[in-house]
Design a protein around this ligand. Structure first.
Ligand SMILES: Cc1ncc(COP(=O)(O)O)c(C=O)c1O
Length: 402
């Protein structure tokens, strides 16, 4: 028998998405009749607006959409994405600079695959979203963490970034609003970081998928617009998932200089070809329409955000800075680790999350998933009553820690 491994080393090294793992365990418990409250989900609990669904239904009846279309996206959608980008972030791009992808995730994967050679370093602010490390690794890149914590509201400074920069640094990954922390960089901070990147000739890959979900006076700033000095070394990632409650439709995009977009389109043409035409037609209706759906979600998320932060901070041993964007809270639970709780002594946030799921029937994602053990990520994209009940269960259980 061959001694070669059945699974390639490269693919075997990919970890299961921890956020999806928690979500599916919670869903399985729920299906078995247990009243689990899940804070794991990374998707809005709203329905895709009707006019978007209608556009998809109409598209499904159109014979031209039953055939292959250009691998890089429907020309009308690319044009609409360019117009939407100018409208929402003031960034002026040509339709030829847009590549339509299978969700934001494929845009992340293709951006790193297109930019990185083996050994190229990428500066990643931790806590970070779980998909980035895998996409960087698969491209042969080397992730260099710039670790932040609750004391700065999870914001990285230019000094921290500079301390992590080496001769091999090629890319800075800039994510604001952030998943998992909800941190939002101010215009001044964004400009300072962008100018520093430009000064050192770095590329900036910026994930703007939560651009419309900012609260309490915080403002979204596109680094691509705020720092024109970055020139043609910016790649913007975005998608319809979070803005229009369209996670299942799988439409995202990448915007970049034409050589990058051309190379990434070549890659996509061999991997997946065009995104489903029906989903692209839905995305076209979404990005060409107004932003009233996201305004409605934002109001609900803001109310839940405030409730969640207040309730979390009432729990002894939990400290939660105020998230300014996206739909996640990222409290520290470090003070609870090593304490006795229901006959056990969880040493890590992963062990504590497991105990909470079993004892309180509440699902949270431990900080290990985001590169910073000692924290939890809680999504507040769930109903107000469930949110209050879930955090109250957490409070009841965690107050027993000694
Ligand atoms: C920061 C960030 N970027 C990109 C995505 C990708 O979203 P999708 O692939 O559903 O479009 C997500 C989804 O959770 C995200 O949180």
């Amino acid at each position: 028998m061959s001694s070669r491994p059945r699974i390639s080393t490269r693919i075997a090294a990919i970890s299961e998405s921890a956020t999806l793992a928690v979500d599916s365990k919670a869903k399985a418990m729920k299906a078995a009749g247990r009243p689990v409250i899940g804070f794991g989900a990374g998707e809005p609990d709203f329905q895709t607006p009707g006019y978007i669904v209608d556009a998809a239904v109409e598209a499904a009846r159109e014979p031209r959409f039953h055939k292959y279309t250009p691998a890089g996206g429907l020309p009308e959608l690319k044009k609409a994405i360019a117009a939407k980008t100018a409208r929402d972030s003031g960034y002026q791009v040509d339709a030829a600079q847009v590549l339509v992808t299978n969700g934001g995730k494929q845009a992340v994967y293709e951006a790193f695959a297109t930019l990185l050679d083996p050994g190229d370093e990428v500066l990643v602010v931790a806590p970070y979203w779980t998909t980035y490390p895998e996409a960087i690794k698969l491209a042969g890149g080397v992730q260099v963490d710039v670790v932040t914590d609750e004391t700065s509201g999870y914001l990285a400074s230019v000094e921290q970034l500079e301390a992590a920069r080496t001769e091999r640094t090629k890319v800075l990954l800039f994510v604001s609003p952030s998943n998992p922390t909800g941190a939002v960089y101010s215009r001044e901070q964004t400009e300072a970081i962008g100018r520093w990147a430009a000064e050192h000739g770095l590329w900036v890959v910026t994930d703007e998928i939560y651009e419309h979900l900012v609260y309490g006076g915080a403002e979204f700033t596109s680094i691509a617009t705020a720092v024109p000095e970055l020139g043609d070394r910016v790649v913007v990632l975005n998608g319809v998932a979070k803005t229009y409650a369209m996670t299942g439709w799988r439409v995202g995009w990448l915007i970049g200089p034409s050589d990058v977009v051309k190379a990434a389109t070549n890659l996509q043409s061999h991997a997946t070809s065009n995104v489903s035409n029906v989903a692209q037609a839905a995305a076209l209706a979404a990005v060409s329409g107004d932003l009233s759906a996201v305004a409605e979600m934002r109001t609900a998320f803001d109310r839940r955000r405030q409730a969640m932060v207040r309730l979390l901070n009432e729990i002894p041993g939990v400290f939660c800075p105020e998230p300014k964007g996206a739909f996640y809270a990222y409290p520290s639970v470090k003070e609870l680790l090593g304490k006795e709780l229901r006959g056990r002594r969880p040493q890590t946030s992963g062990e504590l999350a497991e105990l909470i799921l079993e004892e309180a029937e509440v699902a949270v994602v431990p900080g290990e998933a985001f590169g910073t053990p000692g924290y939890f990520r809680l999504s507040y994209a769930l109903g107000d009553d469930d949110l209050a009940e879930g955090v109250s269960r957490l409070n009841k259980l965690l107050s027993e820690a000694r």
